[in-house]
Design a protein around this ligand. Structure first.
Ligand code: ATP
Ligand code: MG
Length: 303
């Protein structure tokens, strides 16, 4: 289990994380979300031992994770960290990068492992290409493969699919997260993307104003977001009479007290997102066809 106890940290004057405590169970997939600048990357760097804490303690199982004041080499042996700005060795091949930390003592096993990982990140056709010739998304996949190559006990991922196109993202995400579960690798993911969280995370934590604003299973937070910030992570939403209602929870009905005037229709593929005016405030709902600007509709909550 990873234990974070009363962690506080500031880069200079500004408090970035203020008395944060949480635990992550062995083998769990744990997501950290929050607005840009809320401290997600900072927290991952602290978990990796990159900086000394101002206050608090970190433990992995019964070992304390200590910062540079106590360690010459940053990053414990059992942990790997894939930074938002992944750094690879540009002049050697994809395979060599993935195998960079693997022992040369068993060359056959090493090659098998590299091949397995090339397959997981779908880079087999690029195995002999020099990393400097890869795109940003391909480099990110090499960084992911290299991080899991030595089977760390715990893996820290900072926006792991941010550079990867939508064509590949879905399958890559399933393949990486399945791999981590199978190997029982605990993983902590900082992300902006609800699709990294909803189907995969055992637990998610929301950072705001240097504190933990919410912490629960993705389903619990999705189904009952107590804060607009949490709802905003999952999708378009409205606050009607102090209740948070997602756009997909509102429908057009024949008669109701909620009368709205259509402002705009946005095509979303299998539905239209409609922006309308409800008593001087914007309201968003989903509808199966485009609605003309100025049309008056009655809205009701889908139960
Ligand atoms: P994003 O979603 O944009 O990646 P984040 O949640 O990861 O954001 P952090 O990178 O942890 O945010 O940054 C948190 C705060 O700390 C920001 O206000 C940022 O400006 C500040 N900060 C980050 N790195 C440093 C640094 N090396 N020195 C000083 N301040 C920093
Ligand atoms: Mg970040």
């Amino acid at each position: 289990m990873l234990q974070v106890k009363n962690l506080s940290f500031r880069y200079k004057k500004q408090l970035i994380l203020n008395n944060i405590s949480f635990t992550v169970n062995l083998g769990d997939h744990f997501s950290i979300i929050g607005e840009s600048g809320s401290g997600k990357s900072t927290l991952l760097k602290l978990l990796y031992g990159t900086y000394d804490l101002d206050e608090g303690q970190l433990f992995w199982k019964d070992q304390q994770i200590l910062g540079p004041e106590y360690n010459l080499i940053i990053g414990p042996e059992y942990m790997k960290y894939v930074a938002q700005e992944f750094d690879l060795m540009p002049y050697i091949s994809v395979s060599e990068n993935i195998g960079a930390f693997l022992s040369n003592f068993y060359p056959e096993e090493k090659q098998e492992r590299i091949n397995e990982l090339l397959d997981v990140v779908e880079l087999t056709p690029y195995k002999d290409v020099k990393v400097k010739e890869l795109s940003g998304g391909q480099k990110q996949r090499v960084a992911l493969a290299r991080a899991v190559a030595k089977q760390p006990e715990i893996l820290l991922l900072d926006e792991p699919f941010s550079h990867i196109d939508n064509f590949k993202k879905q399958s890559l995400r399933r393949s990486i997260f399945k791999y981590l579960k199978e190997k029982n690798i605990t993983c902590i993911v900082a992300t902006h993307d609800k699709d990294d969280v909803l189907s995969f995370s055992d637990h998610m934590m929301v950072l705001h104003d240097a504190k933990i604003m919410a912490s629960d299973t993705p389903k619990a937070l999705h189904d009952n977001p107590k804060h607009p910030l949490v709802a905003a992570f999952f999708g378009e939403f409205n606050t009607i009479d102090t209740t948070i209602v997602y756009a997909h929870q509102l429908k057009v009905v024949k008669q109701s007290n909620l009368k709205a005037i259509v402002i705009q229709s946005y095509y979303k593929g299998n539905f239209y997102l409609i922006k309308a005016d409800l008593n001087g405030k914007s309201v968003f709902f989903e509808h199966n066809i485009r609605l003309d600007i100025g049309v008056v509709v009655c809205l009701d909550r889908i139960e």
